[in-house]
Design a protein around this ligand. Structure first.
Ligand code: BGC
Length: 598
Protein backbone atom coordinates (compact mmCIF):
# COMPACT_ATOMS: atom_id res chain seq x y z
CA UNK A 1 0.00 0.00 0.00
CA UNK A 2 2.73 2.37 1.00
CA UNK A 3 4.56 1.66 -2.26
CA UNK A 4 1.45 2.34 -4.30
CA UNK A 5 0.90 5.58 -2.42
CA UNK A 6 4.49 6.51 -3.03
CA UNK A 7 4.27 5.94 -6.76
CA UNK A 8 0.92 7.70 -7.10
CA UNK A 9 1.55 10.67 -4.94
CA UNK A 10 5.27 11.23 -5.11
CA UNK A 11 6.17 10.49 -8.67
CA UNK A 12 3.07 12.04 -10.22
CA UNK A 13 3.81 15.70 -9.55
CA UNK A 14 6.23 15.97 -12.42
CA UNK A 15 6.75 19.63 -11.58
CA UNK A 16 9.07 18.44 -8.86
CA UNK A 17 11.47 17.20 -11.54
CA UNK A 18 11.47 20.68 -13.06
CA UNK A 19 12.15 22.04 -9.60
CA UNK A 20 15.10 19.70 -9.17
CA UNK A 21 16.53 20.77 -12.52
CA UNK A 22 16.06 24.42 -11.59
CA UNK A 23 17.81 23.98 -8.25
CA UNK A 24 20.73 22.11 -9.78
CA UNK A 25 21.22 24.93 -12.27
CA UNK A 26 20.96 27.66 -9.65
CA UNK A 27 23.33 25.84 -7.28
CA UNK A 28 25.84 25.29 -10.02
CA UNK A 29 25.53 28.95 -11.02
CA UNK A 30 26.39 30.13 -7.50
CA UNK A 31 29.07 27.53 -7.23
CA UNK A 32 30.65 28.76 -10.47
CA UNK A 33 30.54 32.30 -9.14
CA UNK A 34 32.70 31.13 -6.27
CA UNK A 35 29.91 31.58 -3.76
CA UNK A 36 31.76 31.91 -0.47
CA UNK A 37 31.40 29.82 2.64
CA UNK A 38 29.72 26.50 2.21
CA UNK A 39 29.80 26.00 -1.54
CA UNK A 40 33.39 27.14 -1.66
CA UNK A 41 34.26 23.73 -0.33
CA UNK A 42 32.88 21.86 -3.30
CA UNK A 43 34.00 20.96 -6.75
CA UNK A 44 31.83 23.03 -9.06
CA UNK A 45 30.25 20.37 -11.19
CA UNK A 46 26.78 19.10 -11.86
CA UNK A 47 27.42 16.13 -9.60
CA UNK A 48 28.06 18.18 -6.48
CA UNK A 49 25.29 20.64 -7.37
CA UNK A 50 22.86 17.78 -7.69
CA UNK A 51 23.77 16.55 -4.25
CA UNK A 52 23.23 19.97 -2.82
CA UNK A 53 19.88 20.38 -4.51
CA UNK A 54 18.59 16.92 -3.90
CA UNK A 55 17.54 17.29 -0.26
CA UNK A 56 15.31 20.28 -0.85
CA UNK A 57 13.90 18.69 -3.99
CA UNK A 58 13.11 15.52 -2.11
CA UNK A 59 11.51 17.62 0.58
CA UNK A 60 9.29 19.20 -2.10
CA UNK A 61 8.57 15.78 -3.66
CA UNK A 62 7.52 14.33 -0.40
CA UNK A 63 6.09 17.46 1.09
CA UNK A 64 2.66 17.18 -0.51
CA UNK A 65 2.47 13.50 0.23
CA UNK A 66 3.61 14.19 3.74
CA UNK A 67 0.89 16.76 4.30
CA UNK A 68 -1.86 14.18 4.11
CA UNK A 69 0.21 11.75 6.13
CA UNK A 70 0.89 14.32 8.77
CA UNK A 71 -2.73 15.34 9.08
CA UNK A 72 -3.42 11.87 10.39
CA UNK A 73 -0.24 11.69 12.43
CA UNK A 74 -1.01 15.06 13.92
CA UNK A 75 -4.39 13.96 15.06
CA UNK A 76 -2.85 11.19 17.09
CA UNK A 77 0.38 12.72 18.22
CA UNK A 78 -1.30 15.89 19.38
CA UNK A 79 -3.50 13.75 21.55
CA UNK A 80 -0.42 12.50 23.27
CA UNK A 81 1.61 15.65 23.51
CA UNK A 82 -1.19 17.92 24.60
CA UNK A 83 -2.19 16.64 27.97
CA UNK A 84 -2.61 20.21 29.10
CA UNK A 85 -5.01 21.02 26.29
CA UNK A 86 -7.06 18.00 27.11
CA UNK A 87 -7.09 18.98 30.75
CA UNK A 88 -8.36 22.40 29.82
CA UNK A 89 -11.11 20.94 27.70
CA UNK A 90 -12.01 18.69 30.56
CA UNK A 91 -11.90 21.57 33.02
CA UNK A 92 -14.91 20.38 34.86
CA UNK A 93 -13.00 17.28 35.76
CA UNK A 94 -9.90 19.02 37.08
CA UNK A 95 -10.05 17.53 40.56
CA UNK A 96 -10.23 14.07 39.11
CA UNK A 97 -7.29 14.85 36.81
CA UNK A 98 -5.14 15.46 39.87
CA UNK A 99 -6.41 12.21 41.37
CA UNK A 100 -5.26 10.29 38.33
CA UNK A 101 -1.80 11.88 38.55
CA UNK A 102 -1.55 10.84 42.17
CA UNK A 103 -2.63 7.28 41.52
CA UNK A 104 -0.57 6.71 38.41
CA UNK A 105 2.71 4.93 39.11
CA UNK A 106 5.91 4.62 37.17
CA UNK A 107 5.47 0.88 36.83
CA UNK A 108 8.09 -1.75 36.12
CA UNK A 109 6.23 -2.48 32.90
CA UNK A 110 6.71 1.12 31.71
CA UNK A 111 10.38 0.98 32.67
CA UNK A 112 10.87 -2.19 30.59
CA UNK A 113 8.92 -0.90 27.58
CA UNK A 114 10.68 2.49 27.64
CA UNK A 115 14.13 0.97 27.99
CA UNK A 116 13.55 -1.44 25.12
CA UNK A 117 12.11 1.23 22.83
CA UNK A 118 14.86 3.68 23.74
CA UNK A 119 17.36 1.25 22.24
CA UNK A 120 16.28 3.03 19.06
CA UNK A 121 18.05 6.17 20.36
CA UNK A 122 21.20 4.13 20.96
CA UNK A 123 21.04 2.85 17.39
CA UNK A 124 20.58 6.35 15.96
CA UNK A 125 23.58 7.53 17.99
CA UNK A 126 25.59 4.47 16.93
CA UNK A 127 24.99 5.37 13.28
CA UNK A 128 26.10 8.96 13.87
CA UNK A 129 29.25 7.91 15.69
CA UNK A 130 30.42 4.95 13.65
CA UNK A 131 31.15 6.37 10.19
CA UNK A 132 34.09 8.65 11.07
CA UNK A 133 36.18 5.90 12.68
CA UNK A 134 35.38 3.45 9.91
CA UNK A 135 36.51 5.87 7.21
CA UNK A 136 39.81 6.27 9.06
CA UNK A 137 40.57 2.53 8.87
CA UNK A 138 43.14 1.45 6.29
CA UNK A 139 41.35 -1.80 5.47
CA UNK A 140 38.16 0.11 4.69
CA UNK A 141 39.85 2.71 2.51
CA UNK A 142 41.83 0.05 0.63
CA UNK A 143 38.67 -1.84 -0.20
CA UNK A 144 36.27 0.94 -1.17
CA UNK A 145 38.19 4.18 -1.61
CA UNK A 146 41.50 3.43 -3.34
CA UNK A 147 41.91 7.06 -4.38
CA UNK A 148 41.71 8.29 -0.80
CA UNK A 149 43.97 5.50 0.40
CA UNK A 150 46.61 6.36 -2.21
CA UNK A 151 46.39 10.01 -1.21
CA UNK A 152 46.80 9.08 2.44
CA UNK A 153 49.96 7.16 1.62
CA UNK A 154 51.24 10.08 -0.45
CA UNK A 155 50.74 12.40 2.55
CA UNK A 156 52.98 10.09 4.56
CA UNK A 157 55.65 10.55 1.87
CA UNK A 158 55.10 14.33 1.83
CA UNK A 159 53.74 14.31 -1.71
CA UNK A 160 50.16 15.27 -1.01
CA UNK A 161 48.38 18.18 0.66
CA UNK A 162 47.64 17.32 4.25
CA UNK A 163 44.30 19.15 4.31
CA UNK A 164 43.00 17.38 1.21
CA UNK A 165 43.78 13.76 1.92
CA UNK A 166 40.14 12.84 2.61
CA UNK A 167 38.49 15.18 0.12
CA UNK A 168 36.29 12.76 -1.78
CA UNK A 169 32.61 13.13 -2.65
CA UNK A 170 31.94 9.41 -2.49
CA UNK A 171 33.62 9.05 0.88
CA UNK A 172 31.38 11.84 2.15
CA UNK A 173 28.39 10.16 0.53
CA UNK A 174 29.06 7.10 2.68
CA UNK A 175 28.30 9.29 5.70
CA UNK A 176 25.71 11.66 4.25
CA UNK A 177 23.48 9.17 2.38
CA UNK A 178 22.14 8.00 5.72
CA UNK A 179 20.56 11.39 6.40
CA UNK A 180 18.67 11.55 3.12
CA UNK A 181 17.32 8.08 3.84
CA UNK A 182 16.50 9.23 7.35
CA UNK A 183 14.43 12.11 5.95
CA UNK A 184 12.44 9.70 3.77
CA UNK A 185 12.24 7.17 6.61
CA UNK A 186 10.80 9.69 9.03
CA UNK A 187 8.07 10.61 6.54
CA UNK A 188 7.09 6.99 5.87
CA UNK A 189 7.56 6.23 9.57
CA UNK A 190 5.15 8.99 10.48
CA UNK A 191 2.45 7.40 8.32
CA UNK A 192 3.16 4.00 9.80
CA UNK A 193 2.91 5.44 13.32
CA UNK A 194 -0.45 6.96 12.63
CA UNK A 195 -2.03 4.17 10.58
CA UNK A 196 -0.60 1.07 12.17
CA UNK A 197 0.72 2.24 15.53
CA UNK A 198 4.01 3.03 17.23
CA UNK A 199 4.80 -0.60 17.99
CA UNK A 200 4.77 -1.65 14.35
CA UNK A 201 6.85 1.40 13.38
CA UNK A 202 9.49 0.37 15.94
CA UNK A 203 9.37 -3.22 14.65
CA UNK A 204 9.91 -2.03 11.09
CA UNK A 205 12.78 0.18 12.26
CA UNK A 206 14.48 -2.83 13.81
CA UNK A 207 14.04 -4.83 10.59
CA UNK A 208 15.62 -2.01 8.57
CA UNK A 209 18.51 -1.99 11.05
CA UNK A 210 18.92 -5.79 10.95
CA UNK A 211 19.04 -5.91 7.15
CA UNK A 212 21.05 -2.67 6.84
CA UNK A 213 23.73 -3.63 9.35
CA UNK A 214 24.10 -7.09 7.75
CA UNK A 215 24.40 -5.50 4.29
CA UNK A 216 27.05 -3.09 5.57
CA UNK A 217 29.07 -5.69 7.41
CA UNK A 218 29.15 -8.02 4.39
CA UNK A 219 29.54 -5.32 1.73
CA UNK A 220 31.87 -6.23 -1.12
CA UNK A 221 31.49 -3.05 -3.17
CA UNK A 222 30.60 0.60 -2.71
CA UNK A 223 27.01 0.28 -3.92
CA UNK A 224 26.33 -2.43 -1.35
CA UNK A 225 27.88 -0.25 1.30
CA UNK A 226 25.70 2.74 0.39
CA UNK A 227 22.62 0.49 0.18
CA UNK A 228 23.35 -0.66 3.72
CA UNK A 229 23.65 2.94 4.89
CA UNK A 230 20.35 3.80 3.22
CA UNK A 231 18.57 0.89 4.93
CA UNK A 232 20.02 1.87 8.29
CA UNK A 233 19.01 5.49 7.60
CA UNK A 234 15.43 4.36 6.97
CA UNK A 235 15.54 2.65 10.36
CA UNK A 236 16.76 5.90 11.91
CA UNK A 237 13.88 7.81 10.31
CA UNK A 238 11.33 5.37 11.74
CA UNK A 239 12.99 5.57 15.15
CA UNK A 240 13.00 9.37 15.17
CA UNK A 241 9.27 9.40 14.50
CA UNK A 242 8.17 6.53 16.69
CA UNK A 243 10.40 6.35 19.76
CA UNK A 244 10.07 9.88 21.22
CA UNK A 245 6.32 9.69 20.60
CA UNK A 246 6.12 6.25 22.20
CA UNK A 247 8.07 7.40 25.26
CA UNK A 248 6.03 10.54 25.80
CA UNK A 249 2.73 8.67 25.39
CA UNK A 250 3.75 6.04 27.86
CA UNK A 251 5.24 8.28 30.53
CA UNK A 252 3.15 9.68 33.38
CA UNK A 253 2.66 13.42 32.73
CA UNK A 254 5.01 14.38 35.58
CA UNK A 255 8.14 13.04 33.90
CA UNK A 256 7.24 13.62 30.27
CA UNK A 257 9.53 16.66 29.86
CA UNK A 258 12.73 15.05 31.07
CA UNK A 259 12.14 12.04 28.82
CA UNK A 260 12.61 14.38 25.90
CA UNK A 261 16.26 15.04 26.77
CA UNK A 262 16.74 11.44 27.91
CA UNK A 263 16.20 10.36 24.31
CA UNK A 264 19.02 12.72 23.33
CA UNK A 265 21.12 11.24 26.14
CA UNK A 266 20.61 7.81 24.60
CA UNK A 267 21.75 9.21 21.28
CA UNK A 268 24.97 10.49 22.85
CA UNK A 269 25.56 7.16 24.60
CA UNK A 270 25.07 5.44 21.22
CA UNK A 271 27.71 7.76 19.74
CA UNK A 272 30.08 6.88 22.60
CA UNK A 273 29.53 3.13 22.12
CA UNK A 274 30.28 3.50 18.41
CA UNK A 275 33.49 5.39 19.05
CA UNK A 276 34.65 2.83 21.59
CA UNK A 277 33.88 -0.03 19.19
CA UNK A 278 35.85 1.76 16.47
CA UNK A 279 38.85 2.14 18.75
CA UNK A 280 39.10 -1.62 19.27
CA UNK A 281 37.95 -2.69 15.80
CA UNK A 282 40.60 -0.52 14.13
CA UNK A 283 43.23 -2.81 15.59
CA UNK A 284 41.85 -5.72 13.54
CA UNK A 285 43.31 -5.27 10.08
CA UNK A 286 41.91 -5.53 7.39
CA UNK A 287 38.32 -6.33 8.41
CA UNK A 288 37.85 -4.31 11.62
CA UNK A 289 35.42 -2.06 9.76
CA UNK A 290 33.10 -5.04 9.21
CA UNK A 291 32.98 -5.54 12.95
CA UNK A 292 32.23 -1.83 13.55
CA UNK A 293 29.38 -1.74 11.07
CA UNK A 294 28.13 -5.23 11.94
CA UNK A 295 27.94 -4.71 15.70
CA UNK A 296 24.92 -2.48 15.14
CA UNK A 297 23.27 -5.86 14.60
CA UNK A 298 23.48 -6.58 18.35
CA UNK A 299 21.55 -3.42 19.23
CA UNK A 300 19.13 -4.11 16.36
CA UNK A 301 18.39 -7.60 17.76
CA UNK A 302 17.62 -6.07 21.17
CA UNK A 303 15.32 -3.55 19.50
CA UNK A 304 13.65 -6.26 17.41
CA UNK A 305 13.01 -8.60 20.35
CA UNK A 306 12.00 -5.62 22.44
CA UNK A 307 9.55 -4.45 19.80
CA UNK A 308 7.79 -7.83 20.05
CA UNK A 309 7.17 -7.46 23.76
CA UNK A 310 6.49 -3.74 24.20
CA UNK A 311 2.94 -2.55 24.44
CA UNK A 312 1.12 -0.37 21.95
CA UNK A 313 0.39 3.02 23.50
CA UNK A 314 -3.15 3.73 24.74
CA UNK A 315 -3.28 6.90 22.64
CA UNK A 316 -2.53 5.01 19.46
CA UNK A 317 -5.07 2.29 20.26
CA UNK A 318 -7.83 4.78 21.06
CA UNK A 319 -7.09 6.84 17.97
CA UNK A 320 -7.41 3.74 15.82
CA UNK A 321 -10.74 2.89 17.38
CA UNK A 322 -9.64 0.16 19.82
CA UNK A 323 -11.12 1.87 22.87
CA UNK A 324 -11.41 -1.17 25.12
CA UNK A 325 -7.85 -2.30 24.49
CA UNK A 326 -6.66 1.27 24.98
CA UNK A 327 -8.32 1.41 28.39
CA UNK A 328 -6.90 -1.99 29.38
CA UNK A 329 -3.37 -0.98 28.40
CA UNK A 330 -3.70 2.33 30.23
CA UNK A 331 -4.69 0.50 33.43
CA UNK A 332 -1.77 -1.87 33.03
CA UNK A 333 0.90 0.78 32.47
CA UNK A 334 -0.38 3.04 35.26
CA UNK A 335 -0.63 0.13 37.67
CA UNK A 336 -4.13 1.14 38.74
CA UNK A 337 -7.67 0.86 37.48
CA UNK A 338 -8.27 4.47 38.48
CA UNK A 339 -7.45 5.88 35.04
CA UNK A 340 -10.87 7.16 34.08
CA UNK A 341 -9.74 10.80 33.84
CA UNK A 342 -6.58 10.18 31.87
CA UNK A 343 -8.54 7.96 29.55
CA UNK A 344 -11.05 10.74 29.12
CA UNK A 345 -8.23 13.18 28.39
CA UNK A 346 -6.93 10.93 25.65
CA UNK A 347 -10.37 10.77 24.06
CA UNK A 348 -10.98 14.51 24.43
CA UNK A 349 -7.54 15.46 23.14
CA UNK A 350 -8.12 13.25 20.12
CA UNK A 351 -11.44 14.97 19.47
CA UNK A 352 -9.91 18.43 19.91
CA UNK A 353 -7.11 17.72 17.48
CA UNK A 354 -9.53 16.20 14.98
CA UNK A 355 -11.10 19.67 14.78
CA UNK A 356 -7.96 20.86 13.00
CA UNK A 357 -8.49 20.41 9.31
CA UNK A 358 -4.96 20.95 8.13
CA UNK A 359 -2.07 21.32 10.58
CA UNK A 360 0.24 22.46 7.78
CA UNK A 361 -2.10 25.26 6.84
CA UNK A 362 -2.16 26.32 10.49
CA UNK A 363 1.60 26.25 10.44
CA UNK A 364 1.68 28.87 7.71
CA UNK A 365 -0.75 31.17 9.47
CA UNK A 366 0.58 34.53 10.58
CA UNK A 367 0.45 33.77 14.29
CA UNK A 368 2.40 30.56 13.72
CA UNK A 369 5.27 32.34 12.02
CA UNK A 370 7.19 33.14 15.22
CA UNK A 371 7.38 29.52 16.44
CA UNK A 372 7.98 28.28 12.90
CA UNK A 373 10.83 30.75 12.34
CA UNK A 374 12.36 29.89 15.71
CA UNK A 375 12.05 26.11 15.21
CA UNK A 376 13.62 26.28 11.74
CA UNK A 377 16.40 28.59 12.96
CA UNK A 378 17.14 26.31 15.93
CA UNK A 379 17.68 23.33 13.60
CA UNK A 380 19.83 25.27 11.15
CA UNK A 381 21.93 26.71 13.96
CA UNK A 382 22.28 23.32 15.67
CA UNK A 383 23.83 21.86 12.56
CA UNK A 384 25.86 24.95 11.67
CA UNK A 385 27.56 24.89 15.04
CA UNK A 386 29.56 22.32 13.06
CA UNK A 387 28.95 19.61 15.69
CA UNK A 388 28.67 16.85 13.14
CA UNK A 389 32.03 17.78 11.71
CA UNK A 390 33.30 16.39 14.99
CA UNK A 391 30.75 13.60 15.39
CA UNK A 392 31.29 12.29 11.85
CA UNK A 393 34.82 13.24 10.98
CA UNK A 394 36.82 13.72 14.20
CA UNK A 395 39.09 10.71 13.53
CA UNK A 396 39.93 12.08 10.08
CA UNK A 397 40.48 15.53 11.54
CA UNK A 398 42.78 14.15 14.22
CA UNK A 399 44.77 12.24 11.61
CA UNK A 400 45.00 15.41 9.57
CA UNK A 401 46.65 17.21 12.49
CA UNK A 402 49.13 14.39 12.88
CA UNK A 403 47.73 11.66 15.16
CA UNK A 404 48.18 8.00 14.32
CA UNK A 405 44.93 6.08 13.72
CA UNK A 406 44.69 4.56 17.20
CA UNK A 407 45.49 7.86 18.98
CA UNK A 408 42.91 9.66 16.90
CA UNK A 409 40.27 7.02 17.62
CA UNK A 410 41.07 7.17 21.33
CA UNK A 411 40.66 10.95 21.24
CA UNK A 412 37.24 10.56 19.68
CA UNK A 413 36.22 8.19 22.49
CA UNK A 414 37.13 10.95 24.95
CA UNK A 415 35.14 13.50 22.93
CA UNK A 416 32.17 11.08 22.85
CA UNK A 417 32.35 10.63 26.63
CA UNK A 418 32.33 14.38 27.20
CA UNK A 419 29.34 14.70 24.87
CA UNK A 420 27.35 12.21 26.96
CA UNK A 421 28.37 13.67 30.34
CA UNK A 422 27.55 17.25 29.28
CA UNK A 423 24.10 16.05 28.19
CA UNK A 424 23.51 14.84 31.74
CA UNK A 425 24.58 18.29 32.96
CA UNK A 426 21.98 19.75 30.65
CA UNK A 427 19.25 17.57 32.14
CA UNK A 428 20.23 18.85 35.58
CA UNK A 429 20.39 22.51 34.55
CA UNK A 430 17.70 23.04 31.94
CA UNK A 431 14.80 23.73 34.27
CA UNK A 432 16.85 25.87 36.68
CA UNK A 433 19.03 28.00 34.40
CA UNK A 434 16.59 28.15 31.50
CA UNK A 435 17.29 27.75 27.80
CA UNK A 436 18.59 31.21 26.93
CA UNK A 437 21.40 31.33 29.49
CA UNK A 438 22.79 27.97 28.44
CA UNK A 439 22.48 28.76 24.74
CA UNK A 440 24.21 32.13 25.09
CA UNK A 441 26.99 30.74 27.27
CA UNK A 442 27.49 28.00 24.69
CA UNK A 443 27.64 30.45 21.80
CA UNK A 444 30.51 32.29 23.51
CA UNK A 445 32.31 29.06 24.44
CA UNK A 446 31.86 27.62 20.95
CA UNK A 447 33.07 30.86 19.33
CA UNK A 448 36.21 31.02 21.45
CA UNK A 449 37.10 27.36 20.96
CA UNK A 450 36.40 27.28 17.21
CA UNK A 451 38.33 30.49 16.64
CA UNK A 452 41.24 29.17 18.71
CA UNK A 453 41.29 25.90 16.72
CA UNK A 454 41.22 27.88 13.47
CA UNK A 455 44.03 30.14 14.76
CA UNK A 456 46.23 27.20 15.74
CA UNK A 457 45.72 25.41 12.43
CA UNK A 458 46.32 28.61 10.44
CA UNK A 459 49.55 29.27 12.30
CA UNK A 460 50.94 25.77 12.63
CA UNK A 461 49.45 23.27 10.19
CA UNK A 462 50.80 23.59 6.68
CA UNK A 463 50.01 21.43 3.67
CA UNK A 464 52.95 19.17 4.36
CA UNK A 465 53.48 19.30 8.12
CA UNK A 466 51.64 17.99 11.14
CA UNK A 467 51.27 19.59 14.58
CA UNK A 468 53.70 19.01 17.41
CA UNK A 469 52.29 16.66 20.03
CA UNK A 470 51.63 19.41 22.62
CA UNK A 471 49.80 21.56 20.10
CA UNK A 472 47.78 18.61 18.79
CA UNK A 473 46.70 17.77 22.34
CA UNK A 474 45.69 21.42 22.84
CA UNK A 475 43.45 21.10 19.76
CA UNK A 476 41.81 17.98 21.25
CA UNK A 477 41.21 19.83 24.53
CA UNK A 478 39.64 22.73 22.63
CA UNK A 479 37.41 20.29 20.74
CA UNK A 480 36.33 18.75 24.06
CA UNK A 481 35.42 22.20 25.43
CA UNK A 482 33.53 22.94 22.25
CA UNK A 483 31.57 19.65 22.29
CA UNK A 484 30.81 20.11 25.99
CA UNK A 485 29.15 23.47 25.38
CA UNK A 486 27.22 22.11 22.41
CA UNK A 487 25.90 19.15 24.38
CA UNK A 488 24.44 21.20 27.22
CA UNK A 489 22.83 23.69 24.87
CA UNK A 490 21.93 23.22 21.21
CA UNK A 491 22.37 19.44 21.39
CA UNK A 492 19.86 19.05 24.17
CA UNK A 493 17.46 21.80 23.10
CA UNK A 494 17.17 21.22 19.37
CA UNK A 495 14.36 18.74 20.03
CA UNK A 496 13.07 20.30 23.23
CA UNK A 497 12.42 23.83 21.94
CA UNK A 498 10.37 22.84 18.86
CA UNK A 499 8.33 20.47 21.00
CA UNK A 500 7.23 23.24 23.36
CA UNK A 501 6.72 26.39 21.27
CA UNK A 502 3.97 25.49 18.79
CA UNK A 503 0.28 25.85 19.52
CA UNK A 504 -1.67 22.60 19.66
CA UNK A 505 -3.16 22.83 16.18
CA UNK A 506 0.20 22.86 14.44
CA UNK A 507 2.42 21.12 16.97
CA UNK A 508 3.22 17.87 15.20
CA UNK A 509 3.40 19.55 11.81
CA UNK A 510 5.90 22.02 13.28
CA UNK A 511 7.98 19.33 14.96
CA UNK A 512 8.04 17.21 11.83
CA UNK A 513 9.01 20.21 9.70
CA UNK A 514 11.88 21.16 11.99
CA UNK A 515 13.11 17.55 12.05
CA UNK A 516 13.19 17.58 8.24
CA UNK A 517 15.28 20.76 8.27
CA UNK A 518 17.67 19.10 10.75
CA UNK A 519 18.13 16.13 8.39
CA UNK A 520 18.71 18.34 5.36
CA UNK A 521 21.31 20.43 7.19
CA UNK A 522 22.98 17.29 8.58
CA UNK A 523 23.20 15.95 5.04
CA UNK A 524 24.77 19.20 3.81
CA UNK A 525 27.43 19.24 6.52
CA UNK A 526 28.22 15.54 6.04
CA UNK A 527 28.56 15.96 2.29
CA UNK A 528 30.58 19.17 2.44
CA UNK A 529 32.99 19.17 5.36
CA UNK A 530 35.98 17.24 4.00
CA UNK A 531 35.86 19.28 0.81
CA UNK A 532 35.59 22.48 2.83
CA UNK A 533 38.62 21.48 4.86
CA UNK A 534 40.56 20.99 1.63
CA UNK A 535 39.49 24.33 0.08
CA UNK A 536 39.10 26.60 3.10
CA UNK A 537 41.66 24.93 5.38
CA UNK A 538 41.79 26.55 8.81
CA UNK A 539 39.15 28.97 7.51
CA UNK A 540 36.61 26.16 7.93
CA UNK A 541 36.74 26.70 11.67
CA UNK A 542 36.41 30.46 11.33
CA UNK A 543 33.38 29.76 9.15
CA UNK A 544 31.68 27.81 11.94
CA UNK A 545 32.88 30.34 14.54
CA UNK A 546 31.10 33.01 12.47
CA UNK A 547 27.88 31.02 12.73
CA UNK A 548 28.17 30.88 16.51
CA UNK A 549 28.17 34.70 16.57
CA UNK A 550 25.00 34.77 14.46
CA UNK A 551 23.29 32.22 16.69
CA UNK A 552 24.35 34.07 19.85
CA UNK A 553 22.74 37.25 18.50
CA UNK A 554 19.67 35.26 17.54
CA UNK A 555 19.31 33.93 21.07
CA UNK A 556 19.92 37.37 22.55
CA UNK A 557 17.31 39.18 20.48
CA UNK A 558 14.88 36.67 19.04
CA UNK A 559 14.67 33.57 21.20
CA UNK A 560 12.21 33.99 24.06
CA UNK A 561 12.64 32.07 27.31
CA UNK A 562 10.19 29.17 27.53
CA UNK A 563 11.38 27.73 30.81
CA UNK A 564 8.51 27.14 33.23
CA UNK A 565 5.82 28.32 30.81
CA UNK A 566 2.96 25.82 30.42
CA UNK A 567 3.03 24.42 26.93
CA UNK A 568 -0.39 25.75 25.98
CA UNK A 569 0.27 29.21 27.40
CA UNK A 570 3.10 30.03 25.02
CA UNK A 571 1.02 32.29 22.85
CA UNK A 572 -0.14 34.56 25.69
CA UNK A 573 2.90 34.47 27.93
CA UNK A 574 5.71 34.24 25.43
CA UNK A 575 4.94 35.33 21.87
CA UNK A 576 2.51 38.13 22.71
CA UNK A 577 5.02 39.57 25.20
CA UNK A 578 8.07 39.49 22.94
CA UNK A 579 9.29 42.84 21.56
CA UNK A 580 9.55 41.52 17.98
CA UNK A 581 7.31 38.49 17.67
CA UNK A 582 4.28 40.19 19.22
CA UNK A 583 3.59 42.03 15.97
CA UNK A 584 2.69 38.65 14.41
CA UNK A 585 0.30 37.74 17.15
CA UNK A 586 -2.62 39.99 16.27
CA UNK A 587 -5.27 37.34 15.66
CA UNK A 588 -7.66 39.81 14.04
CA UNK A 589 -5.31 40.32 11.14
CA UNK A 590 -4.67 36.65 10.66
CA UNK A 591 -6.05 35.63 7.25
CA UNK A 592 -5.49 31.97 8.08
CA UNK A 593 -7.27 32.08 11.39
CA UNK A 594 -10.23 29.77 11.60
CA UNK A 595 -8.59 26.75 10.14
CA UNK A 596 -10.96 24.64 12.11
CA UNK A 597 -13.87 22.45 11.19
CA UNK A 598 -17.12 24.04 12.10
C1 BGC B 1 22.08 16.58 16.68
C2 BGC B 1 22.87 15.54 15.95
C3 BGC B 1 24.22 15.40 16.60
C4 BGC B 1 24.08 15.05 18.06
C5 BGC B 1 25.40 14.99 18.77
C6 BGC B 1 21.97 16.17 18.13
O1 BGC B 1 21.29 17.12 18.84
O2 BGC B 1 20.79 16.70 16.10
O3 BGC B 1 22.98 15.91 14.61
O4 BGC B 1 24.98 14.42 15.96
O5 BGC B 1 23.27 16.01 18.70
O6 BGC B 1 25.23 14.62 20.11
Amino acid sequence: MITIDLVQKVLQPSLAWVYLFFLVSVTKYFCDLGFPALLAGLHCNTYSSTWFSLPSSIAIFLGRWNISIQQKAATMAEAAISQAEASATAATDSAAVAAVDDDAKFTFYIAICSTLAATGGLLFGYDIGISGGVTAMDGFLEKFFHRVHRRQQAVKEDQEDNYCRYDDQELQLFTSSLYLACLVGSIVGSRTCSKYGRKLAIQLASIFYLVGAATNASAYDLSMLILGRILVGMGDGFVLQAVPLFLSELAPAKIRGSLNILFQLNVTVGILIAKTVNYFAAQIYPWGWRLSLGLAEALAIVLFLGSLVITETPTSLVERGHHQRGLAVLEKIRGTSNVRCEYKQIILAGEASRQVKDPYRSLLSRSCRPPLAVAVAVQIFTQFTGINVIMFYAPLLFETIGFKTSASLLSTVIVGGINAIATVVSIALVDRAGRRVLLMEASVQMFVTQAAIGGILAAKLTASSSLETGTAVAVVVLICLYVMSFAWSWGAFCCLIPSEIFPLESRTAGISCSMGINMICTFIIAQAFLSMLCRMRAGTFFFFAGWTVVMGLFVLFLLPETNGVPIDDMSERVWKQHWFWKSFMDDDQDPEAGNHEK
